[in-house]
Design a protein around this ligand. Structure first.
Ligand code: C5P
Length: 229
């Protein structure tokens, strides 16, 4: 049986990939499936939490019974939804793949094919939702005792990946960073299914990413001790 160690806790989990529109039918998106975020939400419900799942685009996934689902499109939509849900939350987990950039212009009508060369797509930086949450907490605007980020890092070795991840943990200021090594290494092939949990207090542990629900349990195991009684 799963521990009921999130009983009465309010938890926000973001999942999936944002879509940034170019025109009414086209967007810039990413390959996030949403599986890890959904697994985190499902596990949190099973462990007793009151869960808000803020979901951008995902593959077809079974709904998380017992969670409140808020669906969003763009990074800006996600920012508004997460921010609102975070106000009274104990924990926020940003598992979503949020687009770093959006097209600067969003055409009102479908962009037409013409004989001349197409215009380049201009990009504008999106807000960093995770970093903003950390700032909002520092400013006393949200509770969120525990803020968790994700990082998909590439590197030639596990050492490289960890180095990048430690820097990201500092930069973002979150309490826990879930690190996935992605892509192909050269000298040392990095296992696709390897990961680490890095805490702001400096503790680091490797986790096997065998299944996303197993990973979700490991993440909640690391979060629970960070929540004050
Ligand atoms: O900087 P990077 O995109 O690698 O950071 C990943 C982490 O930051 C994830 O937790 C992701 O949900 C979050 N993020 C965000 N807002 C962005 C970009 C990433 O909250 N605009």
């Amino acid at each position: 049986a799963l521990p009921r160690d999130l009983d009465g806790r309010r938890v926000v989990v973001s999942a999936g990939g944002t879509r940034e529109p170019l025109d009414p039918v086209r967007y810039l998106g990413n390959r996030s499936s949403g599986k890890q975020g959904y697994a985190l939400a499902r596990t949190a419900v099973q462990r007793g939490a009151q869960v808000t799942l803020v979901a951008a685009a995902t593959i077809a996934l079974p709904e998380v019974a017992g969670a409140e689902l808020v669906t969003v499109g763009t990074a800006q939509d996600m920012r508004a939804a997460v921010r609102q849900a975070a106000v009274g939350a104990d924990v926020v987990v940003m598992a979503a793949a949020v687009a770093d950039f959006r097209p600067t212009d969003r055409a009102e009508y479908k962009i037409k094919k013409t004989d001349r060369e197409p215009d380049p797509i201009g990009l504008t930086r999106n807000p960093d939702i995770l970093a903003e949450l950390v700032q909002a907490r520092a400013d006393g605007q949200i509770g969120a005792q525990v803020i968790v980020g994700f990082a998909a890092e590439t590197g030639d070795s596990a050492g490289d990946v960890l180095e990048h991840a430690r820097a990201k943990l500092k930069r973002k200021g979150c309490d826990l960073l879930v690190v996935n090594a992605v892509g192909e290494g050269k000298a040392f092939e990095v296992e696709d299914n390897s990961g680490w949990l890095l805490s702001a207090d400096g503790s680091e542990r490797a986790v096997a990413l065998s299944s996303k629900s197993h990973m979700a349990s490991d993440i909640w195991d690391a979060v629970v001790p960070l929540i004050q009684a």
